[in-house]
Design a binder for this molecule. Structure first.
Ligand SMILES: C[S@@+](CC[C@H](N)C(=O)[O-])C[C@H]1O[C@@H](n2cnc3c(N)ncnc32)[C@H](O)[C@@H]1O
Length: 248
């Protein structure tokens, strides 16, 4: 990968496409419903006994995750590098302080500490230098002992999608390798460790292929996915894996 992920969502066109992905019943939406279950669990843990929760959505983009969490926390902040993505976030959120900037280059930005930090659909897409710098900056801003950081890897290497990738690689060879990417659980765990994070829980979602979901009733697929996501030994094979971490 030789492009800087900081620049990928800067255009208004890309921001509009991303915003629309989550406004229709799609496979992405199905995964999002399952991801929300994990966020609810973390939020309940943090709010136990009426505790205040200060929240940061890092790389908040169009505010998909922010809009869901802001309703359940005491203070909510959203940060993204792209003014175009933030423009959508402004419309999608109600009580979040949205900011534009890059934590990896401006250490004075949003010093925290935060009780909950989310970083969704970022780690896999970002190049190694950026993902390490970002997770290290976020780990420093987590409230020690209590704070939870949730990040996801939305194309787990060893999931049902492995077979599709293998087939396309055999057909298209090197050309394909440049276009698609995935990450193993081991790589994600090692990344978290190197960034000063301890992974406390890992939840995999997305066991049915997108093609399958497109052809069957959405509600039926959601029920099956919910049941599968409760089976602990299946977690490492979900296409989308969520990592709940605390400061090491
Ligand atoms: C795929 S979007 C994910 C948006 C949102 N988290 C979600 O899951 O819907 C990735 C976002 O990362 C942002 N981004 C990339 N580099 C960044 C950086 N260094 N600091 C903050 N945001 C960054 C992009 O602008 C983009 O909005």
């Amino acid at each position: 990968m030789n492009r800087d992920y900081r620049e990928v969502h800067l255009s208004a066109e890309n921001a509009g496409v991303y915003n629309r992905t989550y406004s229709s019943p799609s496979y992405q939406n199905l995964l999002w419903q399952l991801e929300r279950g994990v966020l609810i669990r973390s939020l309940e843990e943090l709010k136990h006994g009426g505790a205040r929760v200060v929240y940061l959505d890092f790389a908040c983009g169009t505010g998909r995750v922010t809009a869901f969490c802001e309703k359940q926390v005491s203070e909510s902040y959203g940060l993204d590098i792209s003014p175009a993505m933030l423009e959508h976030a402004r419309k999608n959120t109600e009580r979040t302080a949205l900011m534009q900037g890059d934590l990896t280059r401006d250490g004075a930005l949003l010093s925290g500490p935060f009780d909950l930090i989310t970083a969704f659909r970022f780690v896999l897409n970002a190049q190694e230098e950026l993902r390490v710098a970002a997770l290290r900056a976020l780990a420093k801003r987590l409230r020690n002992g209590r704070g939870i950081l949730v990040f996801n890897v939305h194309a787990n290497h060893y999931s049902y999608a492995f077979f599709g990738r293998l087939w396309r690689r055999l057909r298209n060879g090197a050309e394909f390798a440049r276009q698609e990417h995935s990450m193993t659980i081991d790589a994600a765990l090692s990344l978290a460790r190197r960034c000063g994070l301890r992974v406390e829980r890992m939840t995999g979602v997305g066991f049915l292929s997108a093609r399958f979901v497109e052809r069957l009733p959405f509600k039926w697929c959601l029920a099956v996915e919910r049941a599968l996501s409760r089976i602990p030994w299946l977690s490492p094979f979900g296409v989308d894996v969520l990592f709940e971490c605390r400061r090491a």
